[in-house]
Design a protein around this ligand. Structure first.
Ligand SMILES: [Zn+2]
Length: 316
């Protein structure tokens, strides 16, 4: 059991400064990595896996429809999925290079992390957790369903059997509707989702698929948040019989996040993360942690803190 992080500086999105107009901190990946490196030093570099390239078109077709992948050649489709009208001013080639490429790298990173987790058990991909993208639609800043792709690909490779259980613990402030739609009829996937029930996506169809459906009231603060998590997660861990888990660790539950609508403090975010990681390790379930959403300038620090914890707790 040893922690590894999957990361490349190419996860960052640079768009000639324009990216600053989007709520997303598009450099939180390198910021988190550099922040963690200050504390972990060479130990971090030694345990860093670099995605070998972008996810292939063939692999994307395992999850997404041909029509949808074809539609991504339209800037208008991307503008809608990423909720970013200024994109329409740019040539497609630039958008592909500076926006789709980092997302395809992150999708490969999640797949790589999932493979590695089956050996090393404790994996963190520093980008990804695109939990709104479904088979035929990108939305909510997400284009590719990295989690679904990793699960389906691992089954194809025989690394997971068809009947092996997979647990998705989604603690991003938003409901994880994309993979829930993709795995609508797949009972081997257990979904545990705690989210602000009063904000996007409010996807009632996907919601029916959640096994542990825990909508939170807007403004939910530390105590209620952590009590709910700690009361419910142990049951899910026990029942899921999981061979692999994905932890969608969105930091947009933060009290100063501009989109999450919850009131969770920095300390409670760390409490949440360390709690989930310890329960997964105790249950002996290999996991991949993914940063998902987080729309405050502090988000990268929270990710770095949990990354350091992972290494200091289990890196020994
Ligand atoms: Zn979110």
């Amino acid at each position: 059991m040893k922690p590894y992080v999957v990361y490349t500086p190419d996860y960052d999105i640079h768009f000639g400064g324009l990216e600053k107009l989007h709520p997303f901190d598009t450099r939180k990946y390198s910021r988190a990595y550099e922040e963690a490196r200050k504390r972990l030093g060479a130990a971090l570099a030694q345990a860093t896996l670099i995605p070998p390239g972008q996810v292939s078109d063939d692999d994307l077709r395992l999850v997404h429809t041909r029509e949808y992948l074809e539609s991504l050649k339209s800037v208008q489709v991307l503008v809608q999925a990423l909720e970013f009208p200024p994109l329409a001013l740019f040539p497609y080639g630039m958008i592909e290079q500076h926006l789709l490429r980092p997302m395809r790298l992150a999708t490969m990173g999640t797949l790589m992390a999932a493979r590695a987790a089956l050996h090393h058990r404790l994996l963190l991909n520093l980008s990804g957790g695109y939990h709104h993208a479904s088979a035929s639609k990108g939305e909510g800043f997400t284009i590719f369903s990295d989690i679904a792709l990793a699960i389906i690909k691992l089954r194809r490779e025989g690394l997971l059997a068809e009947h092996d259980g997979v647990l998705i613990i989604d603690l991003d402030a938003h409901q994880g509707n994309g993979y829930a739609r993709i795995f609508r009829d797949d009972a081997t996937i257990t979904i545990f989702d705690m989210y602000n029930g009063s904000i996007y996506p409010m996807d009632g169809y996907a919601r029916k698929r959640i096994n542990y459906d825990l909508p939170l009231p807007p403004g939910c603060a530390d105590q209620q948040y952590l009590l709910t998590l700690k009361a419910e997660l142990p049951r899910a861990l026990e029942a899921a019989q999981a061979k692999l888990a994905f932890y969608v660790a969105g930091t947009d539950i933060y009290e100063r996040d501009m989109l999450g609508g919850l009131r969770v403090t920095e300390e409670a975010i760390f409490d949440r993360d360390s709690y989930v990681l310890n329960r997964l390790a105790e249950a002996d379930i290999p996991f991949v942690m993914l940063p998902a959403g987080g729309y405050s300038a502090d988000s990268y620090r929270f990710i770095a803190r949990t990354l350091c914890y992972l290494f200091e707790r289990w890196g020994g």
